[in-house]
Design a protein around this ligand. Structure first.
Ligand code: NAD
Length: 260
């Protein structure tokens, strides 16, 4: 399997997991749009990945919660390269509070980035995929698509929601050879997680070491973090898989934290 000349869009690709996925796709020969909030950051990553090849990358500015920006970004990629074959809806944030103290504005912001972002980017990319005779949509879920943790009401709700959206797209678009799947990583050391360690320590009244050992890795089989490379490899398989045998699925990449 490879992604030679496949046209891919990865949201939130200026950092962390998204950047690793974009790198894996370029290494597999893909043409990859790095979609993120700031154009300069997206372009810097695109230059870095293009230099490694053999595929290439371009940077686009896109706030995934803004319909006009999503549509403009997808149109820009389609005009430059001729359509879209693969979408990875990956952009995301984390906000933790006990539910009784969760500001409604934070709740709406988090749901909008994860759920509106997945909906808007899918809606914009599907017609481009139909024109190309099919495609692959990948949502960045989480073990929190299947598990709950204290303080994460908005995140757990959003990540559960992505399973439903992927399954509907898999059924609606299956006849047009468009697949939709969800990757469910355990904790991966990215800026998103580094920020949570002191926040959770304070909210739960425990040390940062205990947050890592008990809260983040306590249920894994080997007390190891999942890596961005682990997640990128699974994204590659979902992107390049040749048939609709693999659609409507969610795959945990979590060192055994969740096995459902
Ligand atoms: P990260 O903070 O390293 O990267 C997130 C990227 O998303 C950033 O580049 C940011 O600018 C971008 N972004 C944020 N809001 C955006 C918006 N409105 N429009 C476009 N881009 C936006 O985080 P990460 O850990 O790489 O997380 C990526 C995804 O993986 C998220 O959906 C996250 O929920 C999911 N995830 C992360 C972990 C983990 O442990 N790190 C585990 C499971 C799932």
């Amino acid at each position: 399997m490879d992604l030679k000349d496949k046209i891919c869009i990865v949201t939130g690709a200026a950092s962390g997991i998204g950047k690793a996925i974009a790198g894996r796709f370029v290494a597999a020969g893909g043409r990859v749009a790095i979609a993120d909030l700031k154009l300069e950051a997206a372009e810097a990553v695109a230059r870095e990945l293009t230099a490694k090849g053999p595929g290439k990358a371009m940077g686009i500015a896109m706030d995934v919660t803004d319909e006009a920006q999503v549509n403009a970004g997808v149109s820009e990629v389609a005009a430059a390269w001729g359509g879209v074959d693969v979408l990875v809806s990956n952009a995301g944030i984390q906000i933790v509070h006990p539910i009784t103290e969760f500001p409604f504005g934070d709740w709406k912001k988090l749901l909008s980035i994860h759920l509106d972002g997945a909906f808007l980017t899918s809606k914009a990319c599907i017609p481009q995929m139909e024109k190309r005779g099919g495609g692959s949509i990948i949502f960045m879920g989480s073990v929190h698509s299947k598990e709950a943790s204290p303080l994460k009401s908005a995140y757990v709700t959003a990540k559960h929601g992505l399973l439903g959206l992927a399954r509907v797209i898999a059924k609606e678009e299956g006849p047009k050879a468009i697949r939709a799947n969800v990757i469910c990583p355990g904790f991966v050391k990215t800026p998103l997680v580094e920020k949570q360690i002191p926040e959770q320590a304070q909210a739960l009244g425990i040390s940062e070491k205990e947050v890592v050992e008990r809260v983040m890795l306590g249920e894994t089989v080997d007390k190891e973090f999942t890596t961005v490379e682990d997640v990128a490899e699974v994204a590659f398989v979902f992107a390049a898989f040749p048939t609709a045998a693999l659609t409507g699925q969610s795959l945990n990449v979590s060192h055994g934290w969740n096995m459902s």
